[in-house]
Ligand binder design. Structure first.
Ligand code: HEC
Length: 161
């Protein structure tokens, strides 16, 4: 993998840990990696809207932290597995890493969380600008930038709809 010149987003993030970004204007590799441990994540919420079904999951450690009122630990991923008409469509991932907020300026930063959109083949959607993810999730600053964080304290083993 190599980072490519010509993408401002990548140039701004050229810190050495980047994935290929394809050179398109909106291409946006960042530090978020594809969640390889999906089968070990805890599915705590389901959101259904029309033909869309979202399974929302994270680690058991993150669930325990939220229930105890502690910050989610660095290294945590939250994954939204998005199905359309019963077929896997895409994965939305939020990942928290020590110091990751430093990659962005104040107007964009979502503390140490970064966001990414992966296709079913694990490739990044290089047409997406993840500033959009951040600007919407910024409204949830009080709950670790999570929209479904308030379901976690009520979660007892069955995903909350
Ligand atoms: C316009 C607002 C908006 C945008 C843009 C947005 N989200 Fe979200 N996101 C939500 C809402 C609302 C939920 C709760 C689930 C639902 O209602 O579908 C959510 C849920 C999530 C979750 C599950 C954890 C949580 O917060 O509850 C992840 C992971 C996530 N989004 C990642 C992303 C990524 C990655 C992007 C960009 C590619 C993105 N989001 C863009 C509004 C947004």
């Amino acid at each position: 993998m190599k980072s490519s010149a010509g993408s401002m987003a990548v140039a701004a993030l050229a810190i050495g840990t980047l994935l290929a970004a394809g050179g398109q204007a909106l291409a946006e590799a960042n530090r978020v990696t594809f969640p390889e441990n999906l089968d070990r994540l805890v599915h705590y919420a389901t959101v259904k809207r029309g033909n869309v079904t979202e399974h929302i999951m994270t680690t058991a450690e993150a669930i325990a932290a939220v229930k105890a009122g502690r910050p989610v630990p660095a290294g945590t991923q939250f994954v939204l597995v998005d199905h359309r008409d019963g077929t896997l469509f895409r994965y939305f991932v939020m990942e928290k890493g020590d110091g990751w907020g430093a990659d962005y300026d104040d107007r964009r930063r979502t503390a140490d969380w970064q966001f990414q959109w992966f296709w079913p083949d694990k490739s990044i959607n290089t047409k997406e600008n993840t500033t959009r993810c951040q600007s919407c999730h910024r409204g949830q600053e009080a709950s670790e930038y999570l929209f479904t964080g308030d379901r976690i304290p009520r979660f007892g083993g069955t995903p909350i709809e």
